[in-house]
Design a protein around this ligand. Structure first.
Ligand code: PHB
Length: 389
């Protein structure tokens, strides 16, 4: 009797060990994020990371039996060499299942050859120069492209009797994409470009450019500046130099007037018309719940960057679920191609051929709602793909 009990005890203990062993065999799901955590673009990284973390908080930190492990690496700004080294570390040393992140184009471009060689599925959560995803078959993008969000504002300007425009863009990939798309679409529709300027990505001083724009007397200035501080600086110069009083309006992509900075810009933002894929004021139950959860958790308003982080994690979770936790890179890309996501911005799809996002682009005007400034959507262009350049 005693021996039987002991034997049964040993058997149970063994079962326990085997059970625990089977469990321990499921390694963590490693997700390596390269983000501009410190330096001049830290606000971009903060929003992307918070979007990612909100997704994990809402959907659980285990997918298909694998515990989610986020590894965040700081590229410290637009630093392609640093980004390349960090991605290399993530794929060779950490052996991540996915690479994600990339606020800035130069960092995403530097990652392309590394993730191609290592065959690691990579989700671009912001970087928006058109060409990026064509640089690696293992990349897909959930954010936007500059040509995609620029084309609609050029068409809107033409329809709204704006005939003379000056363009001002940041002097690197997304700015050049925005400038090319705006000029092409606007002039093809009979508009005239009366001047253009490209401003340095690092610490631009807008004052001299703004004076030149004023002197050229356009009806509007088309602006692309990366999300964050630069939009605040530009709009300050616009106000101080009296461009509004001179009858020059601001139009552009939503980056220079995004939700993270709009309150800091203040009332001079009122009336700015832009086209973009996301506004915190987007009217839908999914977005209302998103904004509420985000504001409660992080005590700030979400912007489009956060939605890139959130939707990027939705892609990672869905791939992992569909593949039952076994991330084969080619199978992962097959799952991503054609994937649909019910995003806070509205439904989006990853194009099966280009691996780029197809989505609605909204036309918005800055207005006050409950005493706060928002980009209020009033028109839209459905199913916009990247028109390229
Ligand atoms: C980019 O570097 O691709 C980029 C950065 C900020 C934006 C948009 C694009 O707001």
């Amino acid at each position: 009797m005693k021996t039987r009990k002991v034997l049964a005890g040993i058997a149970l203990a063994l079962l326990g060990v085997v059970g625990a062993g089977a469990h321990a065999q499921q390694p963590p799901l490693k997700i390596g994020a390269v983000l501009e955590v410190t330096g001049p673009f830290a606000s971009i990284a903060r929003q992307i990371e918070q979007g990612m973390r909100l997704y994990v908080a809402q959907h659980g930190d285990t997918v298909a039996g694998r515990k989610v492990e986020l590894i965040i690496k700081d590229s410290t700004g637009a630093q392609p060499d640093v980004a390349k080294r960090l991605v290399t570390e993530l794929v060779t040393r950490d052996k991540v299942d996915f690479v994600v992140g990339f606020g800035l184009t130069p960092n995403a471009m530097a990652a392309a050859p590394v993730v191609t060689e290592a065959k690691v599925p990579t989700i671009i959560m912001n970087a928006a120069t058109s060409v990026i995803v064509s640089k690696s078959p293992y990349m897909a993008r959930v954010s936007m492209t500059l040509p995609q969000v620029t084309l609609p504002i050029a068409q809107w300007a033409l329809k709204n009797n704006i005939k003379k425009v000056y363009t001002l863009v940041a002097d690197y990939g997304p700015g050049l994409d925005a400038e090319a798309t705006f000029k092409k679409t606007f002039t093809a529709g009979g508009g005239q470009i009366v001047g253009d300027v490209r401003t340095p990505l690092k610490s631009p001083d807008f004052a001299p450019y703004i004076q030149r724009i004023k002197d050229a007397k356009p009806e509007a200035v088309f602006v692309f500046l990366p999300a964050g501080e630069q939009g605040i600086a530009f709009m300050k110069g616009y106000r101080e130099r009296g461009l509004a009083e001179a009858g020059i309006r601001v139009i552009g992509t939503g980056d220079m007037i995004e939700d993270d900075i709009i309150e800091a810009i203040g009332d001079s933002a009122l009336g700015v018309v832009s086209t973009h894929h996301y506004s915190a004021a987007h009217e839908s139950p999914v977005n209302k719940a998103y904004v509420k959860a985000y504001e409660e958790r992080f005590k700030m308003r979400p912007n489009f960057m956060s939605v890139g982080g959130y939707d990027g994690m939705a892609v990672v979770y869905e791939v992992t679920q569909k593949l039952n936790g076994k991330i084969d890179p080619d199978k992962a890309m097959d799952v991503i191609k054609g994937m649909k996501i019910d995003s806070p911005r509205g439904p989006i799809q990853i194009d099966a051929t280009t691996r780029d996002v197809v989505q609605t682009v909204y036309v918005r005007r800055v207005e006050k709602k409950d005493g706060k400034l928002y980009n209020v959507e009033f028109d839209k262009f459905d199913n916009v793909r990247d028109p390229g350049n």
